[in-house]
Design a protein around this ligand. Sequence first.
Ligand SMILES: [Mg+2]
Length: 230
Amino acid sequence: MIRDIRALTFDLDNTLWETDISILNAEAVMASHLRNLAPEAWMADFTLENFRKIRALVETNHSEISHNFSAVRRKTLALWFQSKGAKVSQSEDLADEGFRAFYRERQNVTPYADAESTLEALARKYPIGAITNGNADVMEMSLGRFFQFSLQAQEFPKAKPHPMMFKEALTRFAIEPHHCLHIGDNLEHDIVGAQAAGMKAAWINTRQHSAAHVIADITIESLRDLLKYL
Ligand SMILES: [Mg+2]
């Protein structure tokens, strides 16, 4: 059971919406935008599979940015165009263009059916923040009206489960860790991370997984279930 909760933080991806579909859409928009801008030969074999091969290299060779999905995507695109013979400045420009198209579409998500009504009910009682490792920006969405702030890992040196972002949220709320409940779908990032920062953690198990080694303070199967506890 959870008591004395005074503020909430939410993970975003796969907690408030299904993420894979929004990323696939954003990648398709990015690719078609780049096809309009770059010489045909440079885009001839631009498939998701080939993009991901270069992305994996970037993640391995540039571990300093591997938690920053935006930087990784930009770098991957720049390397793609350089490998096709583009000059550095040209490859950077195309990477920026591609990333911008991706990022815009990335904010076009379909929240779970109970997300809006649940957040609306909770926002009447608690201040709410977002903590995400991805590059969705809830403040750009209509759901943003329920949030006081949104923390993205790309603005921090470390992503979840590192306590850094959780601590930043606690500072912004000006509360003790045990008065804050974090809600998320990822056992390692959200539950282990929040608890390591001293917070309470609610695991939203939308995919009917079993929790082998991690004990959340509460486990719910839909966002709506939160209202039974809060
Ligand atoms: Mg998530």
